[in-house]
Design a protein around this ligand. Sequence first.
Ligand code: BGP
Length: 470
Amino acid sequence: MGKLPENFMWGGAVAANQLEGAWNIDGKGISTADCMSAGSVHRQREYTDGVLDGRYYPNHEGIDFYHHYKEDIALLAEMGLKCFRTSIAWTRIFPEGDELEPNEKGLQFYDALFDECLKYGIEPVVTISHYETPYALVKKYGSWKNRKLIDFYVHYCEVLFHRFRNKVKYWMTFNEINCIVLNPTIPAGIRIGEGENFNQIVFQAAHHELVASAKAVKLGHAINPEFKIGMMMIYPLTYTETCNPEDALLQMKMMDLHLMFSDVQVRGYYTRKAKKQLKEKQVILHIEPDDEKILHEGTVDFLGFSYYMSNVASAKGQKPMTEGNMLQSIRNPYLEISDWGWQIDPVGLRLSLNQLYDRYQIPLFIAENGLGAQDHIESDGSIHDPYRINYLKDHIVQMIKAVEEDGVELLGYTPWSCLDLISASTGEMKKRYGFIYVDRDNEGKGTLQRSKKDSFYWYKQVIATHGEKL
Ligand code: BGP
């Protein structure tokens, strides 16, 4: 089969709420991410009722990318990145989410950021909504539970598409859209009250997001036909524990739940099977007359996905191994695990690429992949992170096999994360993913100085040799 395409997008990924900081600067409103407490290795973050004064939330300051972006983009350019996947903080553009007029200062920040990327020939890849919703939309409307969010989101997209039409070509509508079924709070700002029907609320909210995404795709193409607008899902590759058909059935059902999202976004409709599944879960979706047409007309140009680990389905109903992990899995004896209990499975990336490509036959994009670990700075300032290099190397090998040997069509690879930043699941700083170390700890102490890890030099070489030298 062919090699990696010449214009393959080697890059790196981050998200606004996890690195920008400046949470209340230049007119930015409060987002759901601003209301999350930090968790811990074994505890998910908690969603507080508004911003509590006097308590330190690491993501309020992040790594202060808002004020360091020039220095940071220069480092990414030095590494040779061809693209930079970041997100736009919705609350910088619409502080409350439901205004008609955008906040000019917020738009200016992203103008400057994208200009800085383009100056070095780095293509911005922009996620429109990455785990942060304007908090006012939660308070006033109940977030994505409410259909009104569709219009607010589409208006937000319209402003972005017009403003950045000549700067951004690649867009992703929602980060890990299917995560809403695993944890509706972090991705979508939804809290399920006691006695409320989890499935009914979550799938209705998901439907609103799917319609919003489809409308955005159609609108984006009308504004600039050159736009490539993709979806982004977590790909929860799941194996069966044994060859017991009951395990296989469970595995299929676990995957189906997630593939419902990509089916709608790529194929443009809920399959018969998806409708059956919803019925089985006693979900009655409220679908407006035009929705099916909208979904059909707003199919995506490419499928982006995150892949960190694989999972195992066991019909015996064993207790899942990881408490801090959104995905439910038992331990796979063939795989190593990270310090956070994520099962490291490079071959699984090749399988994921094949499964997705077999199913959809549209270009894929690996939007996230990486290893969260604690790094240690030596007295001379160097940071040796062979564990990260090994993780990424092993995954890149499998990625290349998927393209070169299996014929998968792949646009790009943006490992998570270019720079150290706040972890999404724990809200902490100590779980690091970056090629670039940032001097910042869980308590918010540190100089914010950036230092290159060994992985920085290694990835630079990978990009320079187009994956030849790993
Ligand atoms: C994905 C999210 C990212 C990111 C990553 C790593 O699910 O899209 O925002 O943070 O996971 O997860 P964590 O930070 O919890 O280790």
